[in-house]
Design a protein around this ligand. Structure first.
Ligand SMILES: NC(=O)c1ccc[n+]([C@@H]2O[C@H](COP(=O)([O-])OP(=O)(O)OC[C@H]3O[C@@H](n4cnc5c(N)ncnc54)[C@H](OP(=O)(O)O)[C@@H]3O)[C@@H](O)[C@H]2O)c1
Length: 280
């Protein structure tokens, strides 16, 4: 997409999964980008891969990586000025860093409740606050926040995660209005199950009820989600819902929530009838 050529983009969580796929596409389309993540080795590997896909292999296209924890606002506030300087400015901020931990509600450790809020929600807030002064000063830009299906509807096993992802949505809706005078647009994306390292990890620990609910829903590839995200940003769309089935679920949940509840609770009861050993 030509629209991205020479755009300067910061992506938290750009070293893996959806964030990395987004950075790869941006690199192919000629954007300058900075990826942020905690694990240095993972960042270095991703940086090599993203650079190898860059439209302009010469140093004119800036592709950099910065190690940082989004839940640590001091780290982000310290890193932001150097990132903006090294990229030559910032046009777009994509907040993709996130973690999850599906479990029965009474089995979710206290530390997990805290970390979902600290990383998935406050990590988004911290990142926005660190880069916002630059966008406000120049009076243009775009901020995209990554939520989840669990950010528009509750899903069995995801109480801690969904609360943080719903918070991302509320924050983004306010942000959109607050930033209207500054010509800064906002997007929220709601990915469905996507084939990333995080998804594989959560599949290991998901309660069987959560697996039963996702049933035959088609898992998306991170590249598909990244493309939907970047098309949405270029079109200044606020709500980005990748995937046909996801769009249908989003629509039903918004307009016919009673029907969705009947289907979901019916599927759970069906599961417990088939597997009485797991029934509460
Ligand atoms: N995959 C799905 O099915 C799915 C569905 C809906 C929504 N999402 C959301 O999409 C986003 C990306 O998920 P993914 O599946 O692509 O996961 P992933 O492959 O595990 O990638 C997560 C990225 O976030 C970074 N990260 C995690 N915690 C961080 C922290 N505290 N500070 C800075 N970076 C951090 C990771 O790097 P380090 O660990 O090295 O820091 C990594 O780069 C997340 O917000 C997730 O909740 C995913």
């Amino acid at each position: 997409m030509d629209w991205y050529k020479d755009k300067r983009v910061v992506i938290t969580g750009g070293s893996s999964g959806i964030g990395k796929a987004t950075a790869v596409l941006l690199a192919q389309w000629g954007a300058h980008c900075c990826i942020i993540g905690r694990d240095k080795q993972r960042l270095d590997g991703a940086l090599r891969e993203i650079r190898s896909k860059a439209q302009n292999k010469a140093s004119a296209q800036k592709i950099i990586a910065v190690s940082g924890d989004v839940s640590d606002r001091k780290q982000l506030n310290t890193a932001a000025p150097a990132i903006v300087r090294d990229l030559g400015g910032i046009d777009i901020l994509i907040n993709c860093a996130g973690i999850t931990y599906p479990a029965y509600i009474d089995k979710i450790p206290d530390a997990v409740w805290d970390s979902m809020i600290n990383v998935d929600y406050m990590g988004t807030v911290n990142s926005v606050k660190a880069f916002l002064p630059y966008l406000i000063k120049q009076k243009y830009g775009h901020i995209a926040n990554v939520s989840s299906v669990a950010g528009y509807m509750g899903v069995f096993g995801y109480a801690a995660y969904a609360a943080a992802k719903f918070a991302v949505v509320g924050f983004s809706e306010c942000l959109r209005q607050d930033l209207l005078p500054y010509n800064i647009s906002v997007s929220v994306i709601y990915p469905p199950d996507t084939d990333t390292p995080q998804w594989h990890e959560e599949n290991r620990i998901k309660p069987p009820e959560t697996k039963a609910l996702s049933g035959n829903i088609k898992v998306m590839r991170p590249e598909q989600v990244a493309e939907a995200l970047l098309k949405g940003i270029a079109g200044r769309k606020f709500t980005i819902v990748p995937g046909g089935m996801n769009k249908f679920t989003w629509f039903m949940n918004r307009h016919l929530p009673g029907v969705v509840w009947k289907i979901v609770s019916g599927d759970l009861h069906k599961y417990w009838r088939k597997h009485p050993v797991n029934a509460p």
